[in-house]
Design a protein around this ligand. Structure first.
Ligand code: ZN
Ligand code: ZN
Length: 578
């Protein structure tokens, strides 16, 4: 089907639809999509709540066999409808929507029938997310949200029972993760949820019912934790543990569904190996140039590895103080805005400012920074740049964290998360007003764009070509490249933990703690870690090809704006359309 679709689009282009860009949306296709979405929300209540719709806020999806069969029938029916859509009268935006919908449906059928993630990927079940999605929507009155929650939690004991029925040969890593996540859910319920209930106007019988259901949910969660801990000592009850490595065949399939890029896993892996060597060489060049600045007349070590390590250590000391971490970020954002305008890199929508704030306490799962954009159906909502202050860390942790997010890497982080990375991309995406692109957006496109902007900004001279900034940028980029190598080698080449640690700490100059965290993440995910480099590589080579083709007529701003105008579509679709 994918081949046929690709061919159809190609034929369209060969026929020379010169007015394709101006073509209006086809009303029939809009109707088909709207009908699909209506049924989709009904079958995926949590996704509906996350998108900012409220009609399914009180529904907890029970993950049983009947539910899966119902979904499979729905996916297959819809796939048949969309595979038979004639792309001829569709607008550009609709064509990419069509590709995204078909991909989603195929992927979900594959997840149930082949990947069977319900049996072993326990992080797909996360009660804390079910609860927090309602609590985080502050625009609705608290009492209404809690009433919905009360309804939703009514079935939580059954929810956990069905999860237990589903579990078959899980991975040990997933069981450990599920224990951790369930403990997080418990503390969220006991802390934040209980506080909210006290604050609310709910009274009498309704309050009694809510409290009972919350208590029952707590109890069911505790039992689930006990059950999972039991599995760690006697996994026989669920057929033993499976290897967390999904092996080449499943990996290649997941790679195709998740990334939708032109390369095969092996091709991407090879690209990453080349990029690794190139990046390490660049780091050495920068480090050797900086060496006298930091070490005076001392002779540099013979070993290249040591030269880079020594200089990285010195440059990392230049970092903000713990108590003005958030302020440092706040000051950097206007500098980025000014630079983008001065170089005319793309048009910024000044009517939608980014609000920089400390991450709200209930959202502080881990330190860091991220963009929190309004729900899809809340177009007037604010966009926040959440930066987590370092209050909860010990002095030693703060120091290590600040060296990682030093004066240089912090700027790269801000480019990636905010300008012109994720925040700018989201604004462009929302302009396309496509619900489909918003909810089924392509990961390599969004992450690849953010990674691409880091390189592009530095190439354009951001930071006055500071050698320190370049060195730290390359370290950052090497992490992206190494994520791809790590993920591929773990699932396809049986990479051991010791080898992985060496790959990260020696090969990519990562701190021990960072590498350990990444190893853990790599054992509970598949393919996701490759999406950053995959996207970057495709976008960068697309740009270079366009440059070559257009010669003097190539305009960077035009390239950026055209690229972003297709929303979060797969890059290979964007490539065809450009
Ligand atoms: Zn320090
Ligand atoms: Zn990102």
């Amino acid at each position: 089907m994918k081949m046929i679709l690709a061919l159809m689009v190609l034929v369209q282009l060969v026929w020379g639809c010169s007015n394709l860009r101006e073509r209006a949306d086809d009303p029939d296709f809009s109707k088909t999509t709207a009908q699909f979405l209506e049924k989709y929300w009904e079958a995926h209540p949590r996704h509906a709540s996350e998108a900012g719709l409220h009609q399914y806020d009180s529904v907890l999806e029970i993950p049983n066999q009947k539910n899966r069969e119902h979904k499979l029938t729905f996916y297959k029916q819809q796939l048949q409808i969309f595979e038979n859509v004639d792309p001829d009268p569709l607008s550009i935006s609709q064509r990419t929507d069509l590709a995204l919908i078909c991909n989603q449906l195929q992927k979900r059928i594959w997840q149930i029938e082949t990947f069977r993630s319900h049996q072993w990927k326990l992080d797909d079940y996360n009660l804390a997310e079910e609860v927090s999605v309602l609590l985080n929507r502050h625009k609705r009155p608290l009492a209404n949200r809690l009433k919905d929650l009360s309804e939703k939690l009514k079935n939580s004991p059954e929810y956990f029972q069905e999860i237990k029925n589903n579990i078959s040969r899980p991975t040990r890593e997933q069981v450990n993760l599920a224990i951790k996540q369930s403990r997080g859910a418990l503390s969220f319920i006991r802390g934040h949820l209980r506080t909210e209930i006290k604050k609310s106007s709910i009274k009498g019988e309704e309050l009694k019912k809510l409290n009972q259901r919350v208590a029952a949910t707590e109890q069911a969660t505790r039992r689930y934790i006990t059950y999972l801990k039991g599995l760690l000592t006697s996994p026989k009850a669920v057929g033993g543990f499976r290897d967390f490595r999904i092996k080449p065949e499943l990996y290649a399939q997941k790679f195709e569904y998740d990334l939708q890029i032109d390369s095969t896993p092996k091709e991407l892996y090879k690209k990453a190996l080349v990029a690794k060597e190139e990046t390490r060489s660049k780091m050495f060049e920068a480090a050797i140039e900086l060496y006298p600045k930091y070490f005076g007349s001392k002779l540099p070590p013979k070993d290249r590895q040591e030269v880079i390590e020594d200089v990285l250590k010195k440059v990392s000391i230049e970092h903000p103080k713990a108590d003005n971490f958030v302020d440092t970020v706040r000051k950097q954002i206007p500098e980025l805005t000014a630079f983008i305008k001065e170089k005319d890199l793309l048009t910024l929508d000044e009517s939608r400012p980014l609000i920089i704030r400390e991450t709200p306490v209930y959202q502080r799962g881990f330190a860091g920074a991220s963009v929190d954009s309004p729900g899809l159906f809340d177009p007037q909502g604010d966009t926040f740049y959440n930066v987590t202050p370092l209050d909860d860390m010990s002095g030693k942790q703060q120091e290590s964290y600040l060296r990682e997010y030093n004066n240089y890497t912090l700027q790269i982080l801000n480019i990636h998360e905010a300008l012109p990375g994720h925040y700018v991309q989201m604004i462009y995406r929302n302009k396309s007003k496509s619900v489909v692109k918003s909810i089924f957006g392509n990961n390599p496109m969004t992450e690849g764009w953010a990674v691409y902007t880091e390189r592009m900004m530095l190439e354009e001279g951001y930071g006055n070509n500071s050698m320190e900034l370049w060195l730290m940028y390359y370290k950052w980029f090497l992490r992206v490249v190494t994520n791809t190598i790590l993920d591929y080698e773990i699932h396809n080449k049986n990479l051991s933990r010791a080898e992985a640690m060496k790959l990260m700490t020696k090969g990519a100059f990562q701190e021990q703690a960072e590498a350990e965290g990444k190893w853990h993440r790599a054992t509970v995910s598949q393919v996701q870690l490759t999406s950053y480099f995959a996207g970057f590589a495709e976008i960068y080579s697309l740009r270079e090809e366009m440059k070559e083709k257009k010669g003097d007529r190539f305009n960077l701003k035009e390239f950026h704006e055209t690229f972003l105008s297709f929303g979060s579509s797969p890059i290979r679709e964007i490539r065809k359309l450009m």
